[in-house]
Design a protein around this ligand. Structure first.
Ligand code: ADP
Ligand code: MG
Length: 707
């Protein structure tokens, strides 16, 4: 590891950031405290500068400085920026690690990473012995993994006996947040010091629109509206860049297309108010965008050109774009929510909270007074937008983190120090799922299988299927599928109806080639065909496949294979034999992990899920099984899309016998038994109520006719 501390920033820009004046005091505060909360306006320099200050001050002598980010793109982008400021090659002194992409080396002293990566590291090394400083960044975002890290670091490092275990020097923990809830954070961490970086902000005038009212929560008209508003601003407002907040990649791409189209017809001699403006530069910004394209976002536009960035929420706090004077706020965000209607986590478009709307508006007032145009009405603000964003821990599935906690020896997952407690039923739901996957036993203790499962950065169900395949010696069938399901969408579905037909036809051809109409097998077939092709990128183009996504899938598959190999080399890796039909092997393995996502055809094209929720679902048009419903009885599926209907995507037909022995597991378990701790606190009366409710949810017995 590099021990050089002589390095000085040549970048004068950074000396103008608000944090710069507090450099000495900040470094001292980190030195003097185990826990420190640092707060400051977005853009004040917390993320990019503080790690550099600590590096210069010699904090890397004993260990690394680790900085967590809830978002993958932020970890990568910020590491690139800091490497550039420190004039070093990315991956050497400054590096990053995100799931399936490790750009660090032996020399890395400043490491940006996702919160999920640090959680995995704690699993392998609870004392975090490689680190001298851990910085949890963007804590106000309240991502699930950051919240769990907060609780874990509090638990480990406020206890002097535990804090020094496996360490020769004390760890410093810095918690960074935009200016929200810092008192609460400080109180949570034993009333630790709060270091506030005073910000400079300018007033932002906000106006409400008329396009989206309380009745339009499910409307999709907001893309057109923001485009209209952006063009209005471009033609009628003085020079200054525009930042548009939208929901996700496809909406952003659509908005950019529309903007290009409309901006073409602007006559800059007559149509534009500010005659110094002579063009519009349109730039998308979303999580899975290629990183070289992202760099453009931060560059100042050419002279006389107005920049218009169309972004997801990532531009609200994670990344700061200079020069923004106008905000256009769609009022919506894409959020992972537990959907009680289908009993799964689903990405949904929902109204943002009022505090989020204020944060968005604030992006316009960084360098001078700004304006924020909201496309929604005042009434929408009052009636449809919550005050604060609900922390992720209170709205998504806890299955994976509960397993992680259990593997870390936190048996009492109910009384774990959560900054905000999740509802107990969510914890019990997670325990139930872990029990169903054989990751914990009836008494809530981690099984051998659970210890293997926690090693995979995948959904527990998918991991379960991979492990089943490995125990049968057919991991080559499942690893590619798991990889394909871990990257962005592989199959291109163009918006144009004719082209969509053409793409669907190609994809169906690929499904046919796999020998069975089964979306998982299609993924496997795409993976294998492309891998063995001489010109893979051409092959992808011809078959409407995302080459970039597929390349990531190749890399993910290799990494999953490495994890598996490492586990298989250990003693007592399970070995089983399979005496069924070989052509059923893939589907049989999938059943082991997806029996919780099983549905049975009820009438016509409608299927009914068997997990106790009994939701009515339809096969999504992108599935190779779409329009084949009449020939199916039982299916398993990977995920669900909720629009006006509930759609299941990535579907596979199965036989009832394959899941028959597993299905009782969905209902038999007494959730309170799994959490022996909870049981002690539950009165008999509550217990009976719970059991009655569970019984009411249960499906009627399946008759043999269905088989
Ligand atoms: P904070 O974490 O307090 O929100 P940052 O450290 O992220 O602040 O940003 C400080 C400044 O550095 C901002 O003005 C931002 O515009 C600039 N900056 C950050 N990343 C980049 C980048 N990749 N390219 C150019 N400027 C950047
Ligand atoms: Mg930051």
């Amino acid at each position: 590891m590099s021990k050089s501390t002589r390095w000085e920033s040549k970048d004068n820009e950074s000396k103008h950031l608000p944090i710069y004046q507090h450099k000495t005091k900040l470094v001292q505060a980190v030195r003097d405290n185990t826990f420190l909360v640092v707060t400051g306006e977005t853009g004040s320099g917390k993320t990019t500068q503080l790690p550099q200050y600590l590096y210069q001050a010699g904090f890397c002598k004993d260990g690394k400085i680790g900085i967590t980010q809830p978002r993958r793109v932020a970890a990568i982008t910020v590491a690139q920026r800091v490497a550039q400021e420190m004039q070093c090659t990315l991956g050497r002194d400054v590096g990053y690690q995100v799931r399936f992409d490790d750009c660090t080396s032996q020399d890395t002293a400043v490491k940006y990473m996702t919160d999920g990566c640090l959680l995995r590291e704690i699993l392998a090394d609870p004392g975090l012995s490689q680190y001298s400083v851990v910085i949890l960044d963007e804590v106000h975002e309240r991502s699930l993994n950051t919240d769990i890290l907060l609780g874990l670091l509090k638990k480990i490092f406020t206890n002097p006996a535990k804090a020094t275990k496996g360490r020769s020097f004390p760890l410093k923990v810095v918690v960074m947040s935009a200016t929200l809830e810092t008192d609460k954070l400080s109180a949570f961490l034993g009333d630790c010091l709060v270091f506030a970086i005073p910000g400079r902000t300018f007033p932002v005038t906000c106006t409400f629109g008329s396009a989206v009212g309380p009745k339009d929560i499910e409307s999709t008209g907001y893309v057109k509206e923001v485009v209209k508003m952006a063009l209005d601003v471009h033609t009628s407002e003085m020079a200054g860049d525009i930042l548009v907040f939208l929901t996700g990649q496809s909406e952003i791409e659509r908005a950019c297309d529309l903007l290009y189209e409309k901006a073409e017809s602007i006559d800059y001699r007559y149509d534009v108010q500010d005659q110094t403006v002579e063009g519009l530069l349109i730039l998308p910004l979303y999580g899975s965008m290629p990183t070289d394209q992202q760099r453009q976002i931060f560059q100042p536009p050419p002279p006389k050109i107005r920049k218009c960035v169309v972004a997801t929420n990532i531009a609200a706090t994670s990344l700061t774009i200079n020069g923004i004077k106008y905000i256009i706020d769609s009022g919506f965000v894409k959020q992972l929510n537990h959907n009680s209607r289908v009993g799964m986590d689903i990405l949904e478009v929902v109204p943002i909270s009022k505090s989020e709307a204020q944060q968005r508006a604030g992006r316009a007032g960084r360098t001078s007074a700004g304006k924020c145009f909201r496309i929604y009405t005042k009434e929408f603000w009052e009636k449809s937008m919550p005050e604060y964003t609900v922390p992720e821990i209170q709205r998504t599935s806890l299955t994976a983190v509960i397993l992680t906690l259990k593997c870390l020896g936190v048996h009492d997952v109910i009384r774990f120090p959560y900054l905000d407690c999740p509802e107990e039923r969510f914890i019990l739901e997670a325990l139930k799922q872990l029990y169903q996957f054989d990751a914990i036993d009836r008494r809530g203790r981690v099984t051998r299988l659970g210890e293997l499962m926690v090693e995979f950065p995948l959904h527990p169900g998918l991991t379960r299927a991979v492990l089943k395949a490995a125990s049968l010696g057919c991991q080559d069938l499942l690893l590619p599928v798991a990889a394909m399901l871990s990257v962005e969408n592989i199959l291109i579905r163009p918006g144009h109806p004719e082209k969509q037909k053409e793409a669907d036809k190609k994809h169906r051809g690929l499904a046919n080639k796999s020998g069975s109409m089964n979306d998982f097998a299609t993924l496997l077939s795409v993976f294998q065909s492309c891998k063995s092709s001489d010109r893979p990128s051409v092959w992808c183009k011809e078959n409407w496949i995302h080459w970039r996504a597929l390349k990531s899938a190749f890399s993910v598959e290799t990494q999953l294979r490495e994890i598996l190999l490492r586990l298989q080399q250990k003693r007592d890796f399970p070995v089983e034999t399979f005496d069924g039909n070989k052509s059923e092997l893939l589907r049989r393995c999938l059943c082991t992990g997806y029996f919780t996502n099983v549905a049975r055809r009820s009438v016509g094209k409608v299927f009914c899920t068997m997990d106790g929720h009994g939701s009515m679902v339809h096969i999504h048009p992108s599935s190779s099984l779409f329009d084949q419903e009449a020939e199916l009885n039982w299916v398993i599926f990977h995920d669900v899309l909720v629009t006006s209907r509930v759609y299941i995507r990535t579907v596979c037909p199965i036989r009832y016998e394959w899941v028959k022995d597993l299905l009782p597991k969905l209902h038999e378990v007494d959730v309170y038994e799994l959490s022996s701790v909870a049981r002690e606190e539950v009165t008999d009366e509550e217990m009976i109520k719970w059991e009655n409710r569970e019984a009411a949810k249960r499906q009627p017995e399946v008759s043999t006719e269905d088989v």
